[in-house]
Design a protein around this ligand. Structure first.
Ligand SMILES: [Zn+2]
Length: 446
């Protein structure tokens, strides 16, 4: 006769199975948490006379010492962050600051110039396209969502994939901003500042105005946000245009050819040593290039976005690389972004030439299923079955015509929260959770 497993042992076994299953379910969130180690505060010496302050601001700030002063590359989010960095650099920041160089125009890199300048009068250098950079159209809390998670309670916030400022992101203030005083046009510019020979290469990527700062003597490369330890954010969900992925790949080709000894990205920790630097840049280029090529090949075959995202993935040799994890940008979003950019809004299905408005479709689907109560009931069943995206979609069919429907709001908020807790992508997590918070706001307690 087989011996029955004692009840307590069986319970213990079940608990182990449940814990393991749960650990797998939330593996994405755990990996995102681990990514926060990339932003622990530290001033890191990269090479002789080159230091980077990581984790004091949303973005990194680099100090280059010269024989008659200093160069600052990027200035952090705002004056508060910049003051903390000046203090952290301490006497390593040799006055006067002779130049401030902006790798690109994003606010997290350009908010602290006044603090670094102090009483000095540095040249403030950028590419000429920097001053032509137009504000992006989208932004705003669409549907109550926010990729930065600025309105999230601290206990729900982990990071923003490539940044975390004091545990959470704050809206940038611009009172510390210094506009460029010197710009260059064309591909590159070479100059000597405080005795340091510097080359600036126009390398469009995350922004059209991005420049890579190259120190040929120390062989240090500062590629701005064209490289960091996360998949590139080619097609941002926050409402901005596609960031030209082909130009981005070409820019990576250009910096790979420099054979840098060290790479200091605009976010996350520096890569030290020629072997690691070369390998990282190549992996980053190859990963992005592969996604672009697979997408374009599929488009040529007539594939639609849903068909493309089903098979376009990073090649196995690259998929596990720490620099290509989807903490920030996403492969699927990149594919959809390239499709929209290359092919346009229309997916080729004649039914969708003049799509039925979503309110009309929702009304008809609610009728089809037997009413609003039935739709919500189906949504709850989907939630119970851990079919979270479907649960959120069923809630949408109610909310699109009755945004105040309490049970549908609650259902969608629960579904989004579950989706968020399973995400490795910080932007997706923050957007899900901020939308959930928006949906639950002012709802009566159960
Ligand atoms: Zn940045």
């Amino acid at each position: 006769m087989a011996r029955a497993i004692p009840t307590t042992a069986a319970a213990a076994l079940l608990a182990v199975v449940a814990t393991t299953a749960m650990a797998q379910e939330y593996a994405g969130r755990d990996r995102l948490r681990a990514q926060s180690a990339e932003f622990r505060r530290e001033v890191i010496q990269v090479a002789s006379g080159v230091y980077v302050a990581v984790g004091y601001s949303a973005s990194n700030v680099v100090l280059v010492q010269g024989d008659s002063g200093s160069i600052i590359v990027d200035t952090g989010t705002d004056s508060t962050a910049a003051r903390a960095i000046v203090e952290a650099f301490g006497p390593r920041l040799r006055r006067p600051v002779r130049a401030i160089v902006y790798t690109h125009s994003h606010p997290d890199h350009t908010g602290g110039g006044r603090v670094f300048a102090g009483d000095d009068t540095p040249d403030v250098i950028a590419h000429e396209t920097f001053v032509k950079a137009t504000p992006e159209a989208g932004r705003g809390g669409r549907e109550g969502g926010d990729q930065f998670g600025m309105a999230l309670p601290v206990d729900q916030f982990i990071n923003v994939g490539v940044q975390a400022e004091f545990g959470r992101v704050v809206p940038p203030t611009r009172e510390g901003y210094l506009p460029p005083t010197r710009t260059f046009s064309g591909d590159e510019s070479s100059l000597t500042i405080a005795g340091v020979y510097v080359q600036l290469l126009h390398t469009p990527g995350e922004t059209p105005d991005t420049i890579a700062v190259w120190l040929p003597d120390a062989r240090v490369l500062m590629p701005g946000d064209n490289v960091f330890r996360a998949f590139p954010n080619v097609a941002p969900i926050r409402g901005s245009r596609l960031r030209n992925p082909e130009a981005w790949v070409a820019s990576l080709d250009r910096v790979i050819a420099l054979k840098p000894e060290h790479v200091v990205p605009g976010h996350t920790r520096p890569v030290l040593g020629a072997a690691a630097s070369g390998a990282t840049l190549i992996v980053y280029r190859d990963g992005l290039k592969s996604i672009v090529e697979q997408t374009l090949t599929g488009i040529r075959k007539g594939e639609r976005p849903d068909e493309l995202v089903a098979h376009v993935t990073l090649p196995p040799a690259l998929a596990a690389n720490p620099f290509l994890q989807e903490f920030y940008g996403g492969v699927e979003w990149t594919v959809r972004g390239i499709y929209a950019d290359q092919v346009g809004w229309f997916d080729g299905n004649a039914t969708k030439l003049f799509p039925m408005p979503e309110k009309e479709r929702a009304t008809r689907l609610v009728t089809l299923i037997g009413g609003v109560a039935r739709m919500v009931e189906r949504g709850r069943a989907a939630l119970a079955a851990k079919d979270f995206t479907w649960a959120a979609e069923l809630a949408d069919y109610v909310l699109v015509n009755d945004g105040a429907h309490v049970e549908a709001r609650r259902l969608k908020a629960q579904a989004l929260t579950e989706l968020a807790e399973r995400q490795v992508n910080a932007i997706a997590r923050n957007y899900y959770l901020t939308t959930a918070q928006f949906l639950l706001k002012d709802l009566p307690a159960r």
